[in-house]
Design a protein around this ligand. Sequence first.
Ligand SMILES: [Zn+2]
Length: 215
Amino acid sequence: MSYLLFRSTSGPKQILAAMPIEIIYRVAPEDWAVSVKSNSEEIPVFSWRKTGWGSSPELGQAITIRDAFDAVKSPSDALSFLSHSGPFRYVRGSVSWTVFQGWQAFFRNQRIKGVRSTQTPQWVDGDELDHIVGNPKIKIDITLKAKVPLAKVWIECASVVEVIAASIFVEQLKGVKIRICPWCQRLFEPQTKRGTYCGHACAHSAGQKRRRSGT
Ligand SMILES: [Zn+2]
């Protein structure tokens, strides 16, 4: 018997239908304490630690977390974000405002250029690497006993960084193309091929400015 038989590339291929991937991140913000101090260069450093096991964790919405993270503009925004988000990173207990902004720029770049075309920041640690290079551990659970076999596919996340990376990974699997709005700098998914601005308000403001400056 020849093992070459197993390597045959002809014949029907068995292909499974696309299955939705769920992003699982369970967090109880009440169980986490967040504090802020400055380092020697006077840059705010945010720390988080688990202070309790009292609350039952709820499932966070990956896209909501990612958008809220991207909307952070100041250290006080960051503090309020981190007070609701649970651990920012799994392997570390703190992040400086500079590195926080670095993560923002990194994830924005990934959404525009693609997960595999973005250089990995030097501060990445442990399991984070697999998540941010588009190689997260995808778990699958199949029920064969049901009339129609059921499959559940999910990515389990332990931190904000992992959740955002997973949401970008899924976005890119879906083939979503992202643009930057030239007026408000927000990232958006264009509804038409020619959509330049994120919405009517930005298109309108940019149009007014053009008319005022006569260009
Ligand atoms: Zn805009």
